[in-house]
Design a protein around this ligand. Structure first.
Ligand code: FUB
Length: 359
């Protein structure tokens, strides 16, 4: 090969290499494995804040939502839920299910709760006799979850917290139900980070362990409220959550047993207790004839959503029923959630049509 030919070949190779390295138009790019993003059945109600655990109620013909306010607290994720480091609550409202959502601003801040230490988790609210009552779980200064109450004259807050937590209260996720006779009950509890495993016979055991697979699963709790709605009228009771044959679940039945996120609604005279199964990520429901239970397991309300937690409320608005829930559509992160709503249907036989959150 003479020198001219060598030079010619070198230029050819260089040009070809440069051509291969050029930025390629989309049509020439190597195919990328498609990321399967499920299509959600509903969109986030709030997009400028992260919100979760929505407890919804109708007050004065308006829908009010009492959620947790998720933040990036910068705490490493663990089984205790330490990464859920929330510090305040906002209240939201809408005049209709598809109406504009109004953010009413901060309704309660952790710095205004004298006994609070850290982690403001899933709240709820109720109304009686000119006053709105806002219930919230937060760890006290000894790092034990307690349930607090704060009051205000408007459903949107702000709320003023009592100086101490509700006496005899513990664990997380309060949900307050008013029965037709005017009696109010609080349902609550949550295992693992919610610390319910530390409570036995309403006594605290710092070393309380979650149960072994063959042991009876830990039960949710209920207490009737006094008419002041700031204190329990009786010692806290366990709620029996049983299968169709009347047996309590074992810990190994973790797609059915209670984990957290208690809620109660009444439909056609029956009491519907719904809850999250936590580590298996379902919202299930069970039905009973008394606000104290026993509640017999019936099935799934909501299949798992994106994100580890699943937490809901069920409310009737103008004769239709709705499920408020959350997922992590906006952030993709378990601790930065967004609240949503979708219609819920009771079948003619009283069962609930299970909701699949993605198409
Ligand atoms: O939001 C913090 C905790 O996550 C709630 O209290 C649980 O129910 C779960 O949703």
């Amino acid at each position: 090969m003479n020198q001219t030919k060598v030079k010619y070949l070198a230029i050819l190779l260089l040009t070809s290499a440069l051509y291969q390295c050029r930025p390629k138009p989309a049509s020439e790019k190597a195919p990328v494995d498609p990321i399967v993003t499920p299509t959600p059945i509903s969109q986030p109600l709030v997009t400028d804040l992260y919100t979760a655990d929505p407890s919804a109620h109708v007050f004065n013909n308006r829908i009010y939502i009492y959620p947790s306010h998720d933040i990036e607290a910068g705490i490493k994720e663990d089984d205790e839920g330490s990464h859920f480091g929330m510090q305040d609550y906002h209240v939201f409202s809408m005049d209709a299910i598809d109406g504009t959502v109004t953010d009413h601003g901060v309704a309660l801040d952790i710095k205004d709760v004298p006994w609070a230490g850290r982690q403001m988790w899933a709240p709820d609210a109720t109304y009686s006799n000119g006053t709105y009552y806002f219930y919230f779980p937060v760890k006290d200064k000894q790092d034990i979850f307690r349930i607090g109450v704060a009051t205000g004259k408007s459903p949107e807050g702000p709320f003023v917290a009592e100086a101490r937590p509700i006496e005899g209260s513990y664990s997380i996720d309060p949900a307050v139900f008013k029965d037709d006779d005017g009696t109010y009950y609080m349902y609550f509890g949550g295992i693992w980070g919610g610390q319910l495993q530390r409570w036995d016979n309403n006594q605290y055991h710092a070393d309380g362990k979650t149960r072994n697979p063959d042991e009876q699963a830990i039960l949710p709790r209920v207490a009737k409220l006094k008419p002041d709605l700031k204190s329990f009228a009786e010692p806290v009771k366990e709620i029996k959550l049983v299968d169709e044959t009347g047996n309590l679940f074992t810990e190994s039945q973790n797609d059915k047993r209670f984990f957290e996120a208690a809620w109660l609604h009444k439909y056609n005279g029956k009491y519907y207790f719904s809850y999250s199964t936590g580590d298996t990520h379902f919202i299930n429901y069970a039905v009973g004839d008394s606000p104290y239970g026993p509640f017999t397991f019936k099935g799934v309300v909501l299949h798992p959503v994106q994100g580890w937690t699943n937490h809901h409320s069920i409310v009737e608005v103008n004769g239709k029923w709705y499920l408020f829930y959350h997922d992590v559509q906006l952030s993709g992160k378990t601790h930065l959630r967004n609240i949503k709503v979708t219609e819920l249907h009771h079948n003619a036989d009283g069962t609930i049509e299970a909701i699949h959150p993605y198409k």
